[in-house]
Design a protein around this ligand. Structure first.
Ligand code: PRX
Length: 572
């Protein structure tokens, strides 16, 4: 079937990338080196490029329009963010932080999160973020593995940290941004005393800037580490894919606990000197529309689940708001269904431009560009400088039209530099000359890439990446549970929901109360977003002869699909 195509020929604002095909053909990464400010000797700093370099000529420009969960508002100029992050850099220096030390941030989307992230990166330390829905077990895994020395949090979230505090020998200090108590460092007191001047650390392109934990199929989450060179990629993709211009008001709805919230809420847009909107609160259709209207948002970067939630809130609601300031919309994180693009056309008069990337890739690698016709349902074409392919299990390229593993030739500037303390895991990403993404996809004859699904058991629920192993590990800590197998079950709103198959200990019987108790157990211990919305009690689970639960079989049964090769299956 021929793809449905949307093509735009007239633009209110001239797109930064005027001709994708031609640029792709001639592009070399060196061509965009000049977009970034370098120090002598080929050194740079992500935070300097995001903020400080704009202060001299554009210091009074608003960098951040902030809206609190309680509807209070604040705004900060580039000069203010520069001074505040300098102050925080001085604070962390005073705490004895050295280049390469890990400092983690566990905060909701409040200004201190953005300021401390930049401040840490200015010192040459590695800034780590954790999503504010994480519970004690998720926090422990991340802080322990990274050996974080300092944690920045608030008085609400710190309670979850104290539940595991004794198991974190390397964590020296906790900085609290509101009410610090004894033994804690008061963010406000220290910031008041700190100088707004700071000589930013000059870093080699390969030296580390930030890290994030992300999940695979097996084992605990892995620390994906990014270097200062990432800013080159994040800058140029924000310019060419998100099409950011100087007078844009940009809203990226992602949380900096996830990579989109770092690469395209902090680094890329600010490096392009754009005014950004940040909303601390939770999703609500009324609130989101009112932000688009009130702040005259021009460029909007969001995710399919949010779009589907707006769709399900009904078109009547959208008509109450003036959304005419919007000129460009992008989407990422999970498959964008054609229906969502059609809805964008109907309600906003604009299509969503899908793009594809991962925590590990640090920045956008495949995208729909303003001037390129959109094939509804396709992720688009590789960014200039990126060679993408479809390969078989051995890393051999497959012809157009065939489904296989989506793979990329390594070497782009925002590619992860390391899986923290886990070279073996890092090595597993590569086959022959390719970086293997873990996604299945195909390429059509015109070079558009089409997402098929994950090659592994990673779950994407409401755009958030969840490892089944993490959820299973918490489930079996519940006193009623013997065994658990967790899968992603397709869901029309959230893309996937987490479904758990459980066997109970003797003496426990399935009941709605027990189900609720198990859900809240996972929410509290692991994360508010990573609990099983569906639970099925079973008397036994399919296992291999070596005792491994076969998630694939659970999934096939759930979806009514052929079960496939069962030769390794234990009798069950
Ligand atoms: O499976 C792909 C899916 O999200 C994964 C990466 O998730 P994460 O590391 O959390 O990064 C999110 C920031 C982009 C991918 O391996 N994914 C991402 N974008 C798309 C997508 N699936 C389909 N279409 C996309 N545009």
């Amino acid at each position: 079937m021929a793809a449905e195509i949307i093509e735009k020929k007239e633009f209110m604002v001239k797109p930064n990338l005027e001709n994708y095909e031609q640029t792709y053909k001639n592009f070399k990464w060196d061509d965009v080196r000049g977009e970034i400010d370098w120090f002598e000797g080929g050194k740079l700093n992500v935070a300097y490029n995001a903020i400080d370099r704009h202060v001299k000529n554009y210091g009074d420009k608003i960098a951040l329009f902030w809206i609190g969960a309680d509807d209070s508002t604040k705004q900060y100029t580039f000069r203010e963010i520069s001074h505040l992050s300098n102050k925080f850099a001085n604070v962390v220096r005073k705490l004895g932080v050295k280049k390469g030390d890990r400092i983690f941030i566990f905060l909701p989307r409040i200004p201190e999160l953005y300021i401390s992230f930049l401040g840490i990166v200015k010192t040459g330390a590695i800034a780590g973020t954790m999503f504010s829905a994480f519970g004690p077990s998720a926090i422990k895994d991340r802080l322990l593995d990274s050996g974080a020395k300092i944690l920045i949090t608030n008085s609400e979230l710190k309670k979850r940290v104290y539940e595991v505090r004794n198991e974190l020998p390397e964590l020296e200090k906790i900085v609290v941004v509101d009410n610090a108590e004894k033994d804690e460092i008061s963010y406000n007191d220290e910031m008041e005393r700190a100088s707004p001047e700071f000589d930013v650390e000059r870093m080699s392109p390969d030296e580390y800037a930030f890290m994030l934990y992300t999940s695979g199929t097996t084992g605990k989450p892995k620390g994906v580490v990014h270097a200062h060179s990432a800013v080159i990629h994040e800058h140029i993709t924000a310019k060419w894919v998100l099409d950011l211009h100087d007078d844009d008001i940009y809203w990226c709805t992602a949380d900096p606990g996830w990579v989109t919230g770092i690469s395209y809420n902090i680094i890329g847009p600010w490096s392009n000197r754009v005014s950004s909107v940040v909303y601390e609160g939770r999703f609500s259709p009324e609130k989101w529309y009112s932000i688009l209207e009130k702040y005259n948002v021009t460029v909007w970067y969001t995710a399919p689940t949010a779009i589907r939630m707006l769709m399900s809130a009904g078109d009547e609601l959208s008509k109450k708001y003036d959304l005419s300031s919007l000129r460009y919309m992008c989407s990422v994180g999970e498959p964008l269904n054609p229906e969502a693009i059609r809805w964008g056309m109907k309600v906003m008069g604009l299509p969503f431009h899908d793009n594809w990337w991962q925590t590990e890739t640090g920045g956008i690698l495949i995208a729909n560009y303003p001037t390129m016709p959109i094939r509804l349902g396709s992720m688009g074409k590789p960014f200039p400088g990126i060679t993408a392919g479809i390969v078989d299990e051995d890393g051999n390229p497959l012809p157009n039209g065939e489904e296989g593993n989506l793979a990329i030739i390594p070497g782009w500037p925002s590619m992860m530099k390391e899986i923290w303390k886990n070279p073996k895991k890092y090595g597993e990403y590569f086959k022959k000359e390719w970086y293997i993404t873990g996604d299945r996809a195909r390429r059509d004859n015109d070079g558009y890439f089409w997402f098929v699904g994950r090659a592994d058991d990673v779950i994407k629920t409401a755009g958030e990446r969840v490892g089944p192993f993490e959820v299973e590990s918490i489930l079996i800590e519940h006193p009623a549970i013997v065994e658990a197998g967790v899968i992603g079950k397709p869901d029309p709103l959230r893309g996937e929901i987490i479904k758990a198959f459980i066997t109970l200990r003797k003496g426990f019987t399935p009941s709605p109360e027990l189900e609720e108790d198990i859900k809240s157990f996972v929410k509290k211990k692991l994360a508010g977003h990573a609990y099983p919305r569906e639970i099925e009690f079973r008397t036994n689970l399919p296992k291999t002869r070596s005792g491994k639960i076969m998630r694939r079989m659970l999934k096939a049964q759930e979806l009514g699909l052929p079960i496939g090769d069962t030769s390794t299956l234990e009798d069950y």
